[in-house]
Design a protein around this ligand. Structure first.
Ligand code: SF4
Ligand code: SF4
Ligand code: FES
Length: 241
């Protein structure tokens, strides 16, 4: 396998051909926030938190969906990038209804952790307070759309790892939302195996177990990744560790 050499914040790093810029950044030991990205799922570049800056011209690129290229030179920590990251997090809070004090995921929420990491104490954007649905029709789980940030991790894990394809994204703009089946109550979608993978990967309190109350949601994002790796090993597509 051929190897690519590039620089990340001035540090030279070598990665296998085909690696993403995110993998190169992480190989260089740099920290890069991600929200829609989850190892083991197809990257979609939806949240824009992983933006990096090309040294040559200052163009911004999402690291998770950009392939690393020979000779590339990127910066991961500039004033402009820090500004964009903070703005992206503030917009997530303004667009939904994230009342952490009453959230099942408070304390284990990736959005909340990012708000702390970027130093956000309020949003500069007007809060929209959108009226959204809460669907508790599933016997074991609930989806509260007020806290959905449309990262599509649930859509991808259900399709790509569980193979059930219960979730989809419907509509555009402010009306955009995750739907179950043909926009049915989740509990009526026969394809759902109740495996709980969507609960495990949801980065906020949008999907949770019915018996969870404030701060009780325990996420387990590595579980779907481990399952996918085990399947690939079975199929001979992944070397055994
Ligand atoms: S519980 Fe499993 S099958 Fe049902 S929607 Fe979630 S990931 Fe898909
Ligand atoms: S329900 Fe959770 S995992 Fe699914 S898109 Fe919304 S925030 Fe992401
Ligand atoms: S993590 Fe790259 S765009 Fe979301």
């Amino acid at each position: 396998m051929s190897v690519l050499t590039l620089t990340v914040d001035g540090l030279e790093v070598a990665v296998p051909d085909g690696a993403s810029l995110l993998e190169a950044v992480r190989a260089a030991g740099a920290e890069l926030p991600t929200l829609c990205h989850l190892e083991g799922l197809t990257p979609v570049g939806a949240c824009r938190l992983c933006l990096v800056e090309l040294e040559d011209g200052g163009r911004l690129l999402p690291a998770c969906t950009t392939a690393a290229a020979e000779g590339m030179a990127v910066r991961t920590d500039t004033a402009q990038l820090r500004g964009y990251r903070r703005m992206a997090v503030e917009l997530f809070f303004a667009e939904g209804n994230h009342v952490c004090a009453f959230c099942v995921a408070s304390g284990s929420c990736e959005l909340q952790a990012l708000a702390v990491a970027v130093g956000m104490d309020h949003s500069r954007f007007p809060y929209q307070y959108p009226p959204r649905r809460v669907d508790a029709s599933h016997p074991r789980f609930v989806i509260d759309h007020h806290r959905c940030i449309l990262c599509t991790r649930c859509v991808r894990v259900c399709d790509e790892v569980e193979g059930a394809h219960v979730w989809d994204v419907a509509q555009r703009g402010a009306q955009c939302s995750i739907i179950a089946g043909f926009d049915q109550p989740w509990g009526e979608v026969e394809a759902c195996t109740s495996c709980g993978k969507c609960v495990d990967v949801c980065p906020t309190g949008a999907i949770f177990h019915k018996d969870d109350t404030t701060t009780e949601k325990q996420v387990h994002p590595p579980r779907p990744q481990l399952l996918r790796r085990a399947r690939e090993q079975q199929l001979g597509r992944h070397p055994c560790p």
